[in-house]
Ligand binder design. Structure first.
Ligand SMILES: Nc1ncnc2c1ncn2[C@@H]1O[C@H](COP(=O)(O)OP(=O)(O)OP(=O)(O)O)[C@@H](O)[C@H]1O
Length: 320
């Protein structure tokens, strides 16, 4: 039976928690200890599925889902947006409530729904939560919560990850790596975009598809109403030189990207992106994680929403 909006999580619902110990900047067992402390004190039944490497996430999520299904429980993902992505991908369509304990750098998904970035607070609010069905996007059948992209944006993320490994997790490192990536961003994609009603051709360095109001607001793309109408938002630009790209990033940092004359944005429910030339494989990023996919790329709003657990008491939701 589908779970409906506002359904409270029963007080005896066991929690099956997938915890990515590689997420965020917490040390040692800090996150695990916080989760255990709150749940033990409340006497709530739970099980932790700890994962040290991203490649084990899917397997852990499947085990957690299996247990949740057989015991009438909820699946909880503890990690950054990449971890929430991997777990939600397994949970979507399973009619099992999905909770989150955000641990990443940006936590756009959790912040949008008022879920605390403090583990103790977020765990406590899981104990008194209700289901809110939320929209998610899909790219070739794979879920994305915040965004999915191809071209320059995945390159930026990939380079940032490499810089992070070498020089640490600081904003300056991220900015420096972005400037270096943009300096050699000459590769253009030749795309055919088809939304079922019209087809258009576009030469561009990148296309980003967003599903998160907060992120759109932060970069200054004023298409939030599209999301509220049940659409996704595509953002792209005609090919730009290095200086114009720097200008674009600067506008993004100042929340004014929508004012850039080169930016094109539009809403859609379904968009097929064909890559011309004989390129079949393309690098994409989904919620910050890179993978390769085959063209054509089908972006769509998922038919079923995700039954997200949010604090029952609206005043306990944190304003992003
Ligand atoms: N869907 C996924 N597939 C494979 N690996 C993943 C996936 N999600 C996360 N990982 C890996 O797990 C680690 C933690 O990622 P996660 O996104 O949870 O936290 P984070 O990187 O600290 O967050 P942020 O991206 O906000 O900084 C990273 O090494 C990441 O590459």
């Amino acid at each position: 039976m589908p779970i409906t909006a506002g359904t409270p999580l029963a007080a005896d619902t066991p929690l099956f928690i997938v915890l990515n110990t590689g997420s965020g900047r917490h040390r040692g067992n800090e996150v695990e200890d916080s989760i255990r402390r709150v749940l033990d004190k409340a006497g709530r039944r739970y099980e932790l599925f700890k994962v040290g490497s991203g490649s084990d996430l899917e397997n852990a999520a499947r085990q957690a889902l299996q247990r949740a299904r057989s015991e009438g429980g909820a699946v909880i993902a503890a990690g950054g947006d990449g971890t929430l992505n991997a777990v939600s991908n397994v949970v979507l369509g399973a009619d099992v409530p999905f909770g989150i304990l955000p641990q990443g750098t940006f936590n756009y998904f959790g912040r949008t729904y008022g879920i605390s970035q403090d583990t103790e607070t977020a765990t406590r609010s899981l104990l008194d939560s209700v289901v809110e069905p939320v929209q998610v996007g899909q790219l070739n059948g794979h879920v994305f919560l915040v965004n999915a992209s191809l071209g320059l944006y995945p390159d930026l993320l990939e380079d940032r990850e490499a810089y992070k490994q070498r020089y640490g997790r600081s904003r300056w490192v991220a900015l420096w790596s972005a400037l270096v990536t943009l300096m050699r961003a000459h590769r253009q994609l030749n795309l055919q975009l088809d939304n079922g009603e019209q087809t258009r051709h576009l030469r561009t360095q990148t296309i980003v598809v967003g599903n998160n109001e907060l992120q759109l607001e932060h970069i200054g793309i004023h298409e939030q109403t599209r999301l509220q109408q049940g659409q996704l938002v595509a953002m792209t630009a005609r090919p730009l030189g290095t200086l114009a790209l720097y200008g674009l990033v600067l506008r993004g940092l100042l929340s004014r990207m929508g004012e850039d004359e080169h930016v094109i944005s539009f809403g859609f429910k379904h968009l097929r992106v064909n890559l011309s030339h004989r390129r079949r494989r393309v690098k994409v990023a989904m919620d910050g994680e890179i993978r390769w996919m085959q063209s054509p790329l089908e972006f769509r709003v998922a038919e079923q929403p995700l039954p997200l657990l949010v604090p029952r008491d609206d005043s306990l939701r944190e304003r992003a």
